[in-house]
Design a binder for this molecule. Structure first.
Ligand code: NAD
Length: 401
């Protein structure tokens, strides 16, 4: 058996031991991942992390207890990924829909067994406060609408799951956090990669020292924006999208660098480029390359693009081995390879429905009254850093964080 195989066998044993302890999948690497991003500067974050720390306690969710979820925005991601994933949830069920399109809402209500009385329009969204079946509202609208609908949802007394990126501005993110606090409700950002087994294994491997001393992380997220796809039309508009490729998918590159190092960057440099005269990039940027330096000396070279072909890749370079996760942040079919002096070896881990895991994580956090692992503060930190990335690109200067 090679070193890699031995390393991976012991990781797999540890995973299966934990997954026995945690019947609900998200907890299976909880001990190691609990400290993810634990060095964040803000005290609120530290608190979040410590409260979030999954323990070896079995889930306290009674077997038949499922919290009720309302989905706001019945677009591509909601209908193709999130709504079908409720079937695999242990603690979450779909009970309400919010949409501007009644016919579409009725069609999906029928398909998912949602009571027609639980269909809302944007105009009567606030009356969801009177619906005791709804515990959690999941905001899956264009980014520029996240803040308004999260805040109104919290004011209606509901817990909130909000899609990434959290919002367009730091101020909006802070207002969302404040609204949830004021209403004494939980706010979680849907950073699915932090609940996905291959990414959790990557964090574990990087942190275990099995790759040697960490030196470099590269993370590339790109796709070719399609102006004919309705889901890409709002992505070309700054008001609705907040930013371009960085906000939409570069946030995965940024997240990866942070959750793999478990550190916060201390210096940022960046460069952007948008193809001149390409009508897709009148308001938002095409390409962003950024470099982060972390306190340990790890550098991260990250890219995001709306111009290059579909890419979702993370590489972790250690002094003894290189880990490649490609695709890294896809919905399924992740591929993890360790490359060292023994050659390249692919490592297999059981795929799980990351959407079901993240939704159940919030439901269970509510039931157990714990802070979720990716609270609003986590989304705020990324929006702050993305603003600094733009500033670094604009000024051509390395920014000390
Ligand atoms: P989409 O365009 O398919 O869905 C957006 C929905 O919002 C549509 O139903 C649309 O009708 C509705 N909407 C309401 N008001 C609107 C307005 N003024 N303009 C445009 N649409 C309006 O987009 P999507 O790809 O489903 O993205 C929705 C959110 O989900 C975004 O925040 C995106 O970043 C996020 N997302 C996350 C992932 C992930 O893997 N976590 C993947 C895709 C999208």
């Amino acid at each position: 058996m090679t070193n890699n195989q031995t390393m991976f066998e012991s990781l797999k044993k540890e995973l299966s031991r934990r997954s026995l302890l945690h019947k609900v999948g998200f907890g299976f690497m909880g001990l190691s991942v609990a400290g993810t991003l634990g060095h964040i500067i803000k005290p609120a974050r530290t608190l979040a992390q410590s409260e979030a720390a999954p323990s070896n306690e079995p889930s306290s969710v009674p077997p038949n207890k499922k919290l009720g979820w309302a989905v706001v925005g019945l677009g591509k991601f909601a209908t193709q990924q999130i709504m079908p994933s409720f079937a695999e949830c242990k603690s979450s069920k779909l009970v309400a829909l919010v949409s501007g399109d009644s016919a579409k809402a009725e069609k999906y209500a029928k398909q998912y067994g949602v009571n027609p009385k639980n269909i809302y329009k944007y105009q009567n969204y606030d009356s969801i406060r009177n619906n005791p079946e709804v515990d959690i509202i999941y905001i899956i609208l264009p980014n520029g609408m996240h803040a308004e609908y999260s805040i109104r949802g919290a004011q209606a007394g509901k817990h909130i799951m909000c899609e990434k990126p959290m919002a367009n501005t730091v101020e909006e993110c802070q207002a969302m956090i404040d609204a949830a606090k004021k209403a004494n409700r939980k706010l979680m950002i849907a950073y699915r990669a932090q609940y996905e087994p291959y990414n959790l294994a990557t964090i574990q491997l990087a942190q275990s020292g099995k790759l040697g001393k960490l030196k470099l992380i590269t993370s590339d997220h790109g796709r070719n924006l399609n102006p004919k796809d309705p889901a890409d039309v709002w992505r070309m508009q700054k008001k609705l999208a907040g930013g371009g490729s960085l906000y939409d998918i570069g946030v995965y590159s940024l997240q990866a660098a942070r959750y793999i190092t478990r550190e916060e960057p201390v210096a940022i440099s960046a460069m952007t480029y948008s193809t001149p005269d390409d009508p897709r990039f009148r308001e938002v940027e095409e390409n962003v390359n950024f470099v982060l330096r972390f306190p340990s000396g790890v550098l991260a070279n990250c890219t995001s693009s709306y111009g290059y072909s579909n890419t979702k890749r993370i590489q972790v370079f250690g002094s003894d081995a290189v880990l490649e996760l490609d695709p890294a942040t896809d919905y399924y079919k992740h591929r993890l390879t360790i490359k060292d002096k023994n050659g390249n070896q692919e490592q297999k881990i059981e795929e799980k429905n990351q959407f079901a895991l993240e939704m159940d994580h919030l439901s269970e956090s509510i039931i157990q009254n714990k802070q979720p692992k990716t609270p609003g503060e986590e989304g705020l930190q990324d929006v702050k850093l993305m603003q600094l990335i733009y500033e670094a690109a604009r000024t051509g200067k390395t920014i000390k964080v």
